[in-house]
Design a protein around this ligand. Structure first.
Ligand code: OSB
Ligand code: MG
Length: 368
């Protein structure tokens, strides 16, 4: 791909309001922004979505930086590739570290689309002109959550996801249902339950949730199959699906009725698309999961969610959901609950260099 240099920037920004799950609160977000420049002057952008600490997956900002700097960039430099769809194989000598791989791989996809002069969504086979926006409420305080939901519905969001745990689940969901009986609502447990909680989970069936996301172990697909046999609400897997084969096995076992695809969690856009294609062939609906991300990752998500199998609104909100000011321009906007696919080449958004500089805490450039 005739690469000239890769620049890595670690950025840090406070969230407008904390995002809380039973695993803790996120108040501030760090990320690695990846820029890959070719010899024609095109620049592709990527974002590593690992968090500062390993609470959601085992990767962190520091481990992903180490992987990209010390292993992935050297591989790209020594062996090279002709197309971004070869990147995942190129990186296969590095075990896992999927978010690090995705950060670099997505930048290569953006670069390729810019080189071809077409939107990234078109390059990967996207068919939608606009996608429905969904939002996640991470607030265990019911009155505050109700107020937040009210505000998001006024903005037109098509679907709301809330976080639940065994502590307060029935009361919390029942309170939301009382005020919003017809709201397309789903609940994400981030592995807060075990198979001993079948009755608690079964008790949620009456609320007509679109799905319950990752109720059991973060690396489980077997117990989820047992649970799915005992509850009506479709199970959606998030944490448990990190490879194409995880998706295949989960579908074969009947562990879920829906899959949440996150580009970072599965190692890049190529793998995300493969999982999407497989799910379409099996009649399993998919949607794009969020990572409290900045605009670059959001833009990649928008391109991914334009594929035809993304039939359920994802965790894709606008830049202003978490940030006073994003690092891209224009910022991502939700209009009447929809986000328009950009028409410019690549991800269709530029880095806001001034803002990027303000929030960068470390930067390094690697010449090829
Ligand atoms: O489990 O889907 C999750 C955010 C961070 C880590 C894990 C998850 C989430 C979300 C998405 O729920 C929130 C968002 O990006 O708006
Ligand atoms: Mg989740």
């Amino acid at each position: 791909m005739d690469i000239k240099a890769v620049t890595l920037s670690i950025i840090k920004m406070p969230l407008k309001q904390p995002f809380t799950t039973h695993l803790g609160s996120v108040k501030e977000r760090e990320a690695v922004i990846v820029e890959v420049e070719d010899r024609n002057g095109f620049i592709g952008y990527g974002e590593v979505v690992a968090f500062s600490s390993p609470w959601y997956t085992e990767e962190t900002v520091q481990t992903s930086y180490h992987m990209i700097r010390d292993f992935l960039i050297p591989l790209l430099k020594e062996k090279g590739i002709n197309h971004p769809d070869q990147a995942f194989d190129l990186f296969s000598s590095v075990r896992r570290n999927l978010m690090a791989k995705a950060g670099l791989e997505t930048a290569l996809w953006d670069l390729q689309a810019k080189k071809e002069g077409i939107p990234l969504s078109k390059l990967i086979g996207g068919t939608m002109e606009a996608i429905p926006a969904g939002v996640v409420v991470g607030n265990p305080n019911l009155p505050e959550a109700l107020e937040q939901i009210e505000g998001y519905l006024e903005q037109g969001f098509k679907r709301v996801k809330v976080k639940i745990s065994p502590e307060d689940d029935h009361h919390y969901i029942s309170g939301i249902r009382k005020q919003f009986p017809d709201l397309p609502l789903m609940a994400d447990a981030n592995s807060a339950y075990s198979l001993e909680d079948v009755d608690r989970l079964k008790a949620l069936d009456e609320f007509g949730l679109l799905m319950i996301e990752q109720p059991l172990g973060f690396d489980d697909i077997v117990d989820h199959a047992t649970l799915q046999g005992r509850i009506e609400t479709p199970i959606c897997l998030d944490e448990s699906i990190v490879t194409f084969d995880d998706a295949r096995k989960a579908v074969e076992l009947g562990s879920c009725g829906v899959i949440n695809i996150k580009i970072g969690r599965v190692g890049g856009l190529g793998e995300a698309k493969r999982i999407h294609d497989y799910c379409v062939s099996k009649g399993i609906p998919v949607w794009a999961g969020g990572m409290i991300e900045f605009g670059i990752s959001r833009a990649h998500n928008i391109a991914l969610a334009s594929l035809p199998g993304f039939t359920i609104p994802g965790d894709i909100s606008g830049s202003d959901r978490y940030w006073e000011q994003d690092i891209i321009e224009p910022e991502i906007k939700v209009e009447n609950g929809m986000i328009k696919l950009p028409e410019k080449p690549g991800i269709g958004f530029e880095l806001n260099r001034k803002r990027l500089k303000e929030v960068t805490i470390f930067e390094e450039r690697f010449e090829f």
